[in-house]
Ligand binder design. Structure first.
Ligand SMILES: Cc1ncc(COP(=O)(O)O)c(C=O)c1O
Length: 428
């Protein structure tokens, strides 16, 4: 969709499809034409090896999603009834679910407003003799202050699992996230740094843990053929519909489909209610692994682009007094999206709507939960996270965002904020 008419149509950025290139779609279509290789095949191991090499770990084991990777890690670490897992909010309901499905109890810890990562002073208050795991989420791609977090974990004898779902490519003290704890997991769901539509990867340097994860992987169901095919179809369809010149028209038509839309959704109603879905423990398909391999090949360019865009957002927005993330001194972030704190989120979203679908991670302390209480969250217990869930918007950083898009978005954002007068800006 280059040149010609498309270049004259008004652009509107989508949240999805931005990491995909036409050559990746050709790969997807080639697997759709070879159903015998769609579910099982050599690409899975090849992708796992490439992923391990990319992150710089010895072992990477693939699953249907990040949530299943976390669930497998917890089970392989012997976490079950009676254990407590400390995790920061805001996060996604499926993270809390993965903990709850093992029988363990999620202990919700508030975040710091500087970077939306765990507040260790609050974690200290929530430690009990049953605390076993510290789950460290590198929120939006900003690494947790790991020196302090690892010292905290040692002091309390906790196993550290890194949630790197937002943070592929980020570094702390020169080391990639995913190599700093005992184990880590990544997601390649369609809104993340690379996309296999759905997908997850557990990583570790611990040979015993890796062996147990392989055993768990072997016990997981294969991805059904029809689901594997629908994922690949979604990959291609979304690539086309989210092209910035056609997105505004395509989205209207697509939304008309409503419930008739045959393409799979990332989170089921049961999961949003905190219930365990049938067929939860599932593997990644061979066709999706082939897409993962293709996306890893262009990862470096993807990451450089995200860094360029995030820096441009920061340069344009920091003079306006808006609250932007503050990155720990040893951290090199890799922004999957760029978070901005605004007072009146609905107004800002409306102001930016002609240019982009603005991200709203997070609208709840447990994103997409029908009710965080159903997952054991006590309202009022994490006030910073509750505030963040009211005030954050997140701007796209993916490879389809151009320098001109950045200018349009930041101009519209600063105009929306300043038109509401100085009380609308943060003063700290
Ligand atoms: C911080 C975080 N961790 C984990 C997950 C789960 O990843 P997946 O959707 O691949 O299961 C999500 C989902 O968006 C997330 O935002």
């Amino acid at each position: 969709m280059r040149g010609g008419l498309a270049s004259h149509l008004p652009r509107r950025l989508a949240l999805l499809g931005g990491t995909t290139r036409w050559s990746d779609c050709v790969e997807a279509l080639s697997y759709l034409g070879r159903p015998a290789q769609l579910v099982q095949g050599v690409k899975i191991k090849e992708y796992e090896d490439a992923f391990a090499a990319t992150v710089g770990v010895k072992y990477a084991i693939g699953f249907a999603s990040g949530r299943v990777s976390l669930y497998g890690l917890l089970r392989a670490l012997g976490i079950d009834e009676g254990a407590e897992v400390l995790l920061s909010v805001p996060t996604h309901i499926v993270v809390a679910n993965a903990i709850r499905y093992t029988g363990a109890r999620p202990i919700y810890v508030d975040c710091r407003l500087e970077d939306y990562n765990i507040d260790l002073a609050d974690a200290e208050r929530r430690i009990t003799p049953r605390s076993r795991v510290l789950l460290l989420q590198h929120t939006f791609g900003v690494p947790v202050e790991m020196d302090t977090a690892l010292a905290f974990a040692r002091r309390h004898n906790l196993v550290v699992i890194e949630d790197c779902v937002h943070a592929l490519g980020a570094r702390y003290d020169g080391r990639q996230v995913g190599t700093l704890g005992h184990a880590a997991f990544f997601s390649t769901e369609e809104t993340k740094t690379i996309s296999t539509v759905m997908g997850g990867m557990a990583v570790t340097n611990d040979a015993d843990l890796a062996y147990r994860m392989r055993t768990f992987q072997a016990s997981c169901n294969l991805s059904p053929l029809s689901l594997s095919a629908r994922y690949l179809m979604k990959f291609v369809v979304y690539y086309m519909l989210t092209e910035p010149s056609v997105h505004r028209f395509a989205r209207v038509a697509y939304e008309r489909l409503g419930r008739r839309n045959p393409l799979p959704v990332p989170t089921t109603l049961e999961e949003r209610r905190g219930q365990r879905p049938r067929d939860y423990e599932r593997r990644l398909s061979n066709g999706q692994a082939a897409l993962g391999l293709a996306q890893l090949r262009s990862l470096q360019r993807n990451l450089e682009h995200r860094e360029f865009v995030a820096n441009a957002y920061e340069d344009s927005l920091s003079p306006c007094g808006l609250r932007l993330p503050e990155v720990p001194s040893k951290a090199e972030p890799s922004f999957v999206r760029y978070p901005v704190w605004v007072e009146d989120r609905p107004t800002v979203i409306r102001a930016l709507a002609p240019h982009a679908v603005v991200g709203t991670w997070f609208t709840s302390v447990l994103e997409e939960a029908e009710s965080p209480e159903a997952a054991g969250y006590a309202p009022g217990s994490c006030p910073n996270a509750e505030q963040a869930a009211q005030h954050l918007i997140n701007l796209p950083t993916h490879p389809r965002v151009s320098a001109r898009d950045v200018r349009m978005l930041t101009t519209a954002l600063t105009r929306a904020v300043s038109s509401r007068g100085p009380s609308f800006k943060h003063r700290w």
